[in-house]
Ligand binder design. Structure first.
Ligand code: NDP
Length: 507
């Protein structure tokens, strides 16, 4: 046990104040229970008390939700109304997220174990995405081609794709559904959403508020609480789902894509894992890089697809850099996510905690040097892992290649830019990367050589809704956010208009 990390235990009197909420699934504009009558519970991973009870939806509810979305798409007003009307509803949705931010942040903090202050910030980010998507709604207007000769005029119109299924994970519940849903709505699609069964609360609250407070017509957004199997699996293979957008593990992403292909060849968008490197050259602003490395790996307890879980430090500065990192990692306040001083909250669930601990054990067995952390924090309740750093990590070690999804940093070293690029690119993932150097040539050459969907220069996990997000290779398929995000949820239809007489084919 590393006794130098400060742990903030939950206040027992505050524990007694935590109340459980009972939820219903949302199908066709109604709150529904599972036909089987089954429910499941979520216990706060930080406090070990029940915080939510949800209907356990199964195949019946999944098929009903898809039928409701199909009906809303084929007969309802949503795909038929003007983009300006859709924009107004999406913009109101942004406002309602802001209005509910405090309550919903508490739900997310209790369900996920993330610090409340961070969850509250995420509500603001999510609302910002809805605002951005609202603005895009009126720009989905297709193109005209008037230069095809005197007799031909071409139109490319954008039509909503249809019924989309959105499957989301537990690490950023409202934020990740907000990277998908408002864009699908802007395009005129209808949706069935399956949040992670660990963190379904805010997605269910959102669906109800969208209809009751923002004026979204019934059946346009349906939300199912339930397990990946059967709900997610059924959505992936459902013949009436036209597109599936999934965020989660690469393994499940592959099975979603396989089911999509084997059923009706529905369109697939995947946002999967990462093993995101930060590469630190000797001329970097070391103070800034140290802070960004800590933020990169410990933000959201490292349970983040963008987690900067490996760093490559130039061999001439590595020893001192690690020394400083270790000293700072020990200052991170770990513990009760409801405590405003805490930066590192609870791990999502015991099964995931075991996965992280097994990565730590494997790293040691394979010869990495444990510089700090590596243990569970001693706590009367909840599941907490110390901020952990391994040095002496070699590119072939498991800890350098696989996603840990926890507060565990791997430090590798490099000799020159070519070697850094080789190590960066020699993993299955390619979600994001960063480079730290004050020299524009070094920074830009490195940025060009990294095969990743996002490369930051002298910053990490930074950006704006205008910038597309997604991965190379096994980090995913397609892009979220950015000016084309709503187009992902459309089909392009080409209309060719012939003017004047026809030159005969058959003389
Ligand atoms: P999963 O990929 O299992 O879960 C993501 C979503 O997919 C959840 O809603 C899940 O439902 C659902 N799902 C599970 N099985 C199926 C299926 N057969 N068909 C369709 N949907 C399904 O991630 P985990 O929660 O199990 O986390 C495991 C690992 O995944 C983590 O350790 C991490 O490495 C990675 N991960 C990556 C994320 C990212 O942002 N890229 C986010 C979360 C995890 P349910 O929760 O009910 O099982």
């Amino acid at each position: 046990m590393n006794d130098k990390v400060i742990f903030y235990a939950a206040d027992p009197s505050a524990l007694a104040q935590i109340k459980s909420k009972t939820y219903r699934a949302r199908i066709g504009g109604k709150d529904v229970e599972a036909a089987s009558g089954k429910t499941f519970e979520r216990r706060s991973p930080a406090h070990d008390v029940v915080v939510g009870v949800y209907p356990e939806c199964g195949l019946v509810e999944t098929d009903n939700a898809v039928a409701a979305a199909k009906q809303a798409f084929e007969k309802g007003p949503w795909p038929r109304m003007s983009a300006a009307e859709r924009e107004a509803v999406i913009r109101k949705s942004a406002q309602l997220i802001r209005a509910h931010a405090k309550d919903w942040a508490l739900v997310e903090s209790l369900e996920s174990g993330k610090p409340y202050a961070q969850a509250l910030e995420e509500m603001g980010w999510a609302a910002g995405i809805w605002d951005y998507a609202a603005g895009l709604a009126r720009h989905i207007h297709g193109e005209t081609y008037n230069q095809l000769g005197e007799q031909t005029m071409g139109l490319v119109v954008r039509e909503p794709l249809g019924v989309v299924a959105l499957i989301t994970p537990w690490n950023f519940p409202l934020l990740i559904v907000s990277q998908k849903l408002p864009f699908a709505l802007a395009a005129g699609c209808t949706a069935v959403v399956k949040p992670s069964e660990l963190t379904s609360g805010t997605t269910l609250l959102l669906a109800k508020a969208l209809e009751e407070e923002a004026g979204l017509p019934a059946g346009v957004v349906n939300v199912l609480s339930g397990f990946g199997n059967p709900v997610g699996a059924r959505l992936s293979e459902h013949p009436d789902v036209d597109m599936i957008s999934f965020t989660g593990s690469t393994g499940v992403g592959k099975s979603v894509a396989a089911s999509a292909a084997a059923s009706n060849l529905k369109k697939v968008a995947l946002e999967l894992g990462g093993k995101n490197p930060q590469v630190i050259f000797p001329d970097a602003d070391i103070e800034a890089a140290l802070d960004a490395v800590l933020f990169g790996v410990y933000f959201n307890m490292g349970e983040c697809c963008n987690s900067g879980s490996r760093i490559l430090v130039h061999e001439t500065i590595a020893e001192d850099f690690v020394k400083q990192l270790v000293a700072r990692a020990k200052k991170i306040k770990v513990g009760d996510p409801l405590n405003p001083d805490v930066k590192l909250g609870a791990i999502i669930e015991p099964k995931h905690k075991l996965k992280i601990l097994s990565h730590i054990e494997t790293a040691q067995k394979e010869g990495a040097k444990l510089e700090t952390g590596g243990q569970l924090m001693k706590s009367p309740c909840g599941c907490y892992i110390e901020p952990t750093i391994f040095s002496g990590v070699k590119p072939q070690m498991t800890i350098a290649r696989e996603e840990v999804f926890g507060p565990v940093l791997s430090v590798l070293t490099f000799k020159d830019a070519d070697e850094a690029a080789r190590i960066v690119n020699d993993v299955a993932y390619g979600l994001s990367a960063s480079v730290w150097s004050k020299d524009v040539d070094t920074a830009f050459k490195a940025a060009r050589s990294f095969r990743a969907g996002t490369v930051w220069i002298n910053t990490f996990m930074d950006g704006a809704n205008e910038l597309p997000f997604g991965g190379y290779r096994q980090s995913g398929l397609g892009r979220e956010l950015g000016k084309d995000a709503a187009l992902e949820y459309t089909e392009a239809k080409t209309i060719v208009l012939h003017l004047g007489g026809r030159s005969p084919w058959l003389n």
